[in-house]
Design a protein around this ligand. Structure first.
Ligand code: FO1
Length: 310
């Protein structure tokens, strides 16, 4: 059994590659919930939904999130009513949020609803939220005049196009986070743990901040390999490079290794970053040099195979 700690788009593509190479072997994805939000009374779990839609084969291939061939009737109604919907939600996606919210209000756990959705959509792996209780990633940003403003994750990421300079990140609710027991048993019993190519501070950070998850990872460090989200020091998508620079001085695979060294014994890096292999070894993290681009299903599967088998 393989366990993957996952954020959104990069993790979903990696998981799709993994499914293509492992055949019947069981895969469990433990997914970040720090990006979750409530809008129009509906609970939205972007990273869980991105992984779910990707593995169900219905994801929008242009964005990497949301559903392919969506309609936007509800959004148009909101605009006609004078609302300014800053978070792009399609009709089918909203249907899922309605289902989830209804179930949560009826007393179901997020992990139960997620399993139900994955079963209905034919997702071939177990998708488990990192916590059944809400955790909210908060971003401390710097305004142009130098003053600081804390934003909700999606306010920073979507409404402000992840442009503000980030001065801090915290995970609200993390002390009370309740990782589903099946996530902890999967982590404890699996043969391999993989940290997906996701943002180390915004996507993987919340997972590692859950005490029970961090504790198992530390104990199972030798079974864990991480995949760098950086290629040539740059993020494939999103603000990882900017945030690593503002919070940790530089956006390099050495910085990624220093953030993960407690939890994993090796790090997959791209040939463009292989000149940092010596620094990784000095940190006690073995470099696995391999092409990290996932532009096609073939590249996704090739990366997954390399990460699994070295
Ligand atoms: N990302 C955007 O850049 N703009 C959006 O309007 C947006 C809407 C959205 C709706 C549902 C969903 O599941 C994801 C959505 N995302 C959107 C992606 C999401 O904000 C981020 O990719 C993740 O939270 C970061 O992993």
């Amino acid at each position: 059994m393989i366990c993957v700690l996952a954020g959104g788009v990069g993790a979903a593509k990696f998981l799709r590659g993994l499914v293509a190479v492992v055949g019947d072997e069981k895969i469990t994805a433990i997914v970040n919930t720090g990006d979750d939000l409530t809008l129009y009374g509906r609970r939205i779990c972007p990273d869980i939904d991105t992984v779910t839609y990707t593995l169900a084969g219905v994801v929008n291939p242009e964005t990497g999130w949301g559903v392919a061939n969506e309609s936007y009737t509800i959004r148009r109604t909101l605009i006609e009513l004078g609302d300014t919907p800053w978070f792009l939600l399609g009709d089918r996606d909203i249907g899922l949020h309605m289902f989830r919210t209804q179930r949560l209000c009826a007393g179901k756990k997020l992990s139960e609803v997620t399993a139900e959705v994955c079963h209905c959509l034919g997702v071939p792996i177990s998708v488990i939220p990192m916590s059944d209780s809400p955790v909210a990633t908060k971003i401390l940003t710097e305004r142009q005049d130098g003053s600081l403003k804390e934003m909700d994750f999606q306010e920073y990421f979507v409404a402000n196009h992840h442009e503000p300079v980030v001065r801090g990140v915290r995970y609200d609710g993390i002390e009370a986070a309740s990782p589903p027991p099946q996530a902890l048993s999967a982590l404890g019993e699996c043969d391999r743990i993989i940290i997906a190519p996701s943002n180390p501070l915004l996507s993987i950070g919340p997972l590692l901040a859950v005490d029970a998850i961090a504790e198992i990872l530390r104990a199972r460090r030798s079974a864990c390999i991480a995949v760098s989200p950086l290629i040539g020091g740059k993020a494939v998508k999103g603000p990882a490079a900017d945030i690593l620079t503002s919070l940790h001085a530089q956006s390099t695979v050495t910085t990624v290794a220093s953030l993960y060294r407690e939890y994993c014994s090796s790090l997959a890096i791209d040939p463009q970053d292989s000149d940092e292999s010596v620094q990784l070894q000095a940190l006690g993290v073995a470099p696995l040099v391999t092409n990290l681009w996932m532009r096609t299903p073939q590249e996704e599967a090739k990366l997954a195979k390399r990460v699994l088998h070295g």
